[in-house]
Ligand binder design. Structure first.
Ligand code: 5RP
Length: 229
């Protein structure tokens, strides 16, 4: 019998918990992503919460879930100001390619995810096998935009070949809107990430190519496989 997607997410979440138990120095800070796979991870990592010196959350939803397990959530500015390190960040992805570049932001938390990932030493991506792709772009690329710039940014994004669509009724934790670009075929993820971020009014986009994953834990029908950059 084939595994359900939730079973795959549970397996990869358990594998990420084991990775954290083995590699996170006792008392160190863990960065935690957002989404359904990240939620499985949060529930799994609760079993080893006494090892953690606290967590940094990439969204309000993740903060609430961590706190629900009694895991202390720290402010990222405090962590950086105190010179503390964050050895590991664990998060899901919407697509990941062979170079470990990702599309993220299906849950709309891309900006905070990118910020927390930028501070972490090692990005551990947790996915089921459906997220692994040859070329990214089938999943619409999310772009977080300052609301008053939405129309202007949508016009500017159209030149990249896809169709930007406003995510209806959605406001990010930062009070912004999301334009999802449908129909892209992403040949050079680093260049596209950089170019989109140059558009005035864009906060950031969901390409994580300049800072991709360092480790991929991929849940497959045959078990969890590990890839390294
Ligand atoms: C949220 C994200 C998520 O990591 C991404 O959407 C994957 O989510 P899920 O694990 O639910 O498939 O980037 O902003």
């Amino acid at each position: 019998m084939s595994k359900t997607q939730d079973q795959l997410k549970q397996e990869v979440a358990n594998a990420a918990r084991d990775y954290v138990a083995e590699h996170l120095p006792a008392g160190a800070i863990l960065g935690v992503g957002t989404g359904s796979t990240a939620n499985f991870f949060i529930d799994a990592v609760a079993a080893i919460k006494d090892r953690l010196g606290g967590a940094v959350a990439s969204s309000e939803a993740t903060k609430k879930r961590l706190e629900g397990h009694g895991i202390q959530v720290l402010d990222l500015n405090d962590v950086v100001a105190r010179g503390l390190s964050m050895p590991i960040y664990v998060d899901g992805a919407d697509e990941i390619d062979a170079s470990m570049a990702m599309i993220k932001g299906g849950g709309g938390a891309l900006t905070r995810e990118k910020i927390v990932a930028a501070v972490a030493d090692t990005f551990v991506c947790v996915c089921d096998a459906s997220k692994r792709v040859e070329r990214m772009g089938k999943f619409p690329l999310p772009v977080e935009v300052i609301p008053m710039a939405q129309a202007q940014v949508a016009k500017a994004l159209a030149k990249f070949g896809g169709t930007p669509t406003l995510r209806a009724g959605f406001v990010t934790d930062n009070g912004n809107v999301i334009l999802d670009i449908h129909g892209l075929s992403i040949v050079d993820p680093v260049a596209l990430e950089t170019e989109i971020n140059q558009i005035t009014g864009v906060v950031t986009n969901g390409l994580f190519a300049r800072r991709g994953a360092d480790i991929l834990l991929l849940a497959t029908a045959d078990g969890v496989q590990t890839f390294r950059r």
